[in-house]
Design a protein around this ligand. Structure first.
Ligand SMILES: NC(=O)C1=CN([C@@H]2O[C@H](COP(=O)(O)OP(=O)(O)OC[C@H]3O[C@@H](n4cnc5c(N)ncnc54)[C@H](OP(=O)(O)O)[C@@H]3O)[C@@H](O)[C@H]2O)C=CC1
Ligand SMILES: O=C(OP(=O)(O)O)[C@H](O)COP(=O)(O)O
Length: 337
């Protein structure tokens, strides 16, 4: 069967990782990426042999920088079967019109509203909902993390309600555009979008969320309190988490006490860009008291949505069922389960 032709629009934190992950699958290929400026990432993409498409007005700047241009963004859209749109948040609506006009499928990211596509995606929670769709949205990194665990808890024990406080990284490691660099900044627009976005995938979950930005670039941490529909033991929940797709148990007893040590583990694993695709839960920080479950999970914001984008392509192109796609993506990216 012919490989699915994937174009990646926007080659930043998420776009470059999606391009690498897609290029590792045997049923899809990257036919091009887009850049608007001839930065170092355009040069590394060119060195990796990726065809670079740019807006027509940017061609002179790329020529001046000595970076070969394969065509315009419109040319890439025309050549692709699926576009993974990794442009900054709220840029999506402008491109959706182009994808629609060209009759192409497209995946948007969590910086866009659910209303843009009407369907949102998470591999564990609702793979089937994007089956054959023209448009879908892979929810944000924090929402992806929450869905990986809450969807399974709900299936096993029926969630009565969930309260989550998120400590968010202030910027990605390569950014110099935001802060705080020395402080904690509460999100005063409440409740935060994360709970709303969980409901865009699992509408029946009663969840509410708050968030605080912290002076770190590495990961987000989520402190989760869930009232379950029945009393279970802490060991039972640990067993569920241990088997959960793209969830990894870590332990402070093993020397992983904080996010910097989780990222050190990711470096030890030797993955592309030292990415931790799994949501990491502290096994010694999981506790059930009566019907209330408490746990902490860490989210590598640059990485957890990457395998989901690959699975979303398969669902939209009706290539295979969810568990099969998750296993295939995991194998290609070096994820255990
Ligand atoms: N960073 C994160 O932790 C996560 C981000 N997301 C979501 O993923 C999406 C992308 O975020 P992220 O990768 O961080 O963003 P970045 O800013 O890192 O990358 C965006 C890329 O898009 C390019 N770009 C900017 N404007 C346009 C345009 N008009 N047309 C085409 N390309 C453009 C930029 O490069 P250039 O201008 O040089 O071409 C840049 O490479 C957002 O929706 C975000 O919310 C989801 C999960 C985690
Ligand atoms: O999807 C993310 O976070 P979110 O789940 O809190 O929206 C990414 O970390 C992007 O966050 P940003 O909007 O601060 O760049």
């Amino acid at each position: 069967m012919a490989k699915i032709k994937v174009g990646v629009n926007g080659y930043g934190t998420i776009g470059k990782r999606v391009a690498t992950a897609v290029s590792k699958q045997d049923d899809m290929e990257v036919i091009g990426i887009t850049k608007t400026r001839p930065t170092f990432e355009a040069k590394t993409a060119a060195a990796a042999g990726l065809p670079i498409y740019v807006p027509a007005e940017s061609i002179p700047a790329f020529e001046k920088a000595g970076i070969a241009v394969a065509g315009t963004v419109d040319d890439m859209i025309a050549a692709a079967d699926v576009i993974v749109d990794c442009t900054p948040g709220n840029v999506g609506p402008e491109y959706k019109e182009k994808y629609q006009k060209a009759g192409k499928k497209a995946i948007f990211q969590g910086g866009e509203e659910h209303g843009l596509t009407g369907v949102s995606f998470n591999s564990t929670a609702n793979y089937k909902d994007s089956w054959g769709m023209q448009f879908s949205r892979v929810v944000s990194c924090n929402t992806t993390g929450l869905l990986r665990t809450l969807s399974l808890l709900d299936k096993a024990y029926k969630i009565q309600n969930a309260y989550v406080t998120i400590v968010r990284r202030a910027a990605d490691p390569g950014d110099s555009k935001t802060g705080p660099v020395n402080g904690l900044e509460p999100s005063v627009s409440l409740p935060t979008h994360h709970g709303v976005d969980v409901k865009s995938v699992l509408p029946w979950i009663d969840i509410t969320t708050m968030a605080i930005k912290a002076s770190t670039t590495l990961m987000h941490i989520q402190a989760v309190v869930v009232k379950l529909g029945k009393e279970v033991s802490t060991d039972e929940v640990l067993d569920l988490f241990a088997k959960a797709p793209r969830v990894r148990l870590v332990s402070s007893k093993d020397g992983i006490k904080s996010t910097n040590q989780v990222m050190e583990l990711a470096r030890e694993l030797g993955r592309d860009r030292s990415d931790m695709y799994e949501i990491c839960i502290w096994s010694d920080g999981v506790k059930v008291v009566g019907d209330t479950l408490y746990y902490y999970q860490a989210v590598h914001q640059e990485a957890d949505v990457i395998p989901e984008n690959v699975d979303c392509i398969r669902s939209m192109c009706k290539l295979m069922e969810g568990p099969e796609s998750v296993a295939k993506t995991n194998k290609a990216l070096g994820i255990d389960h």
